[in-house]
Design a protein around this ligand. Structure first.
Ligand SMILES: [Cu+2]
Length: 341
């Protein structure tokens, strides 16, 4: 009872100060291996639940709420990569997925992330990273797809070497009998592990480089780097290290389908990129809650830059939001935080 009065005062203070009351109890996002077995199960169960809820996006091929996210990302792929709003669009996208799991599937936790730098080896051919908790068949997302030979070079447009899979995922909760996709051809979830990409692109030194950038414009550019494999970029780690050429998470360039989010792991990979952005913002919150930059048009670094009032939309997944609103994970649009920094 002695606590009652201060609690009431705090509530009144928050009401008086406006925005604070809208996000007073944010879900705290954790790294996958910090979750208990029970928490991991609850998360994966929620993903399976999302597949049972009817689609609302109105987009071609979307049957359920999981498909909705894939379809919206695919639809907007040409305008949301190598742009100033890349990180914030994906922040909004992942947060909306987290919200769907919570609001529509009764998930009580936060969106977890996968800090792949903890698993990356300096031996670039090492496959140890794929033994990580995240790929565990019982307490994770399952592992590689069955090996599929590529005979036509046209099927390997980036001429990537070192592929080890390409077929349907063989173990865990997202095998073909338990999980099917519908948008953009649909079918089973595929993975195509490429150890050298995972190990080189996921290095902590690269993350440190991104997080040492002095302003948003340079941060955003370092995060994505160039669309080529001659230089590593941390964004490509989860996509091409896990998805390779034939895997579902690897298909992020403007190839037909452009279907990165069909792999449930996408949200943990992008969750990590968002954690990296969030930590970078924490280094100077006053400035970095109010600063954006980078091109509106993909790769057009001498063209028009994004501004704080630029509005992004994620289709039927959630209402429009300005970049300034999306800079704040505890504001009037987003409500979550991380357990680091
Ligand atoms: Cu994307």
């Amino acid at each position: 009872m002695r606590l009652a009065k201060p609690l009431i005062s705090l509530a009144l203070f928050q009401l008086a100060s406006g925005a604070a009351v809208t996000c007073s109890n944010p879900p705290i996002r954790k790294e996958w291996r910090e979750l208990s077995h029970q928490e991991k199960k609850e998360y994966i169960d929620a993903v399976h639940c999302l597949v049972t809820v009817d689609s609302i996006s109105g987009l071609d091929g979307a049957v359920n709420r999981f498909d909705d996210f894939q379809a919206v990302h695919s639809d907007q792929t040409p305008s949301i990569h190598w742009v100033g709003h890349f990180a914030l669009w994906h922040r909004y996208f992942v947060a909306s997925y987290e919200k769907a799991l919570r609001d529509e599937c009764g998930y009580a936790g936060a969106q977890p992330y996968w800090n792949w730098s903890l698993d990356a080896s300096t031996d670039i051919e090492s496959t140890a990273i794929f033994e990580s908790d995240i790929f565990n068949a019982c307490h994770g997302f399952g592992g590689n797809g069955a090996y599929v030979e590529i005979t036509d070079p046209a099927d390997n447009p980036f001429n990537l070497t070192g592929r080890t899979g390409g077929g349907c995922v063989e173990a865990g909760p997202f095998t073909a009998d338990k999980f099917q996709l519908h948008h953009a051809g649909g079918g089973c979830l595929k993975r195509d592990f490429i150890p050298w990409i995972m190990n080189t692109f996921a290095q902590q030194s690269l993350v440190d480089h991104v997080q040492s950038q002095p302003d948003y414009t340079s941060f955003a550019r370092a995060l994505e780097n160039i669309p080529a494999f001659t230089e590593p970029n941390i964004h490509g780690s989860g996509h091409f290290g896990v998805g390779g050429i034939l895997g579902t998470i690897g298909n992020q360039y403007e190839s037909p389908g452009g279907t990165t989010p069909p792999d449930p792991l996408f949200y943990l990979h992008h969750g990590n990129l968002d954690r990296i952005l969030w930590e970078w913002q924490q280094q100077d919150v006053e400035t970095r809650l109010h600063q954006v930059g980078g091109p509106i048009e993909p790769m057009n670094y001498s063209g028009v830059n994004v501004t704080l009032d630029l509005t992004v939309n994620i289709g039927a997944l959630a209402g429009d939001a300005s970049l300034e609103q999306l800079l704040n994970t505890r504001g009037d649009v987003l409500c979550y935080t991380y357990n680091t920094a």
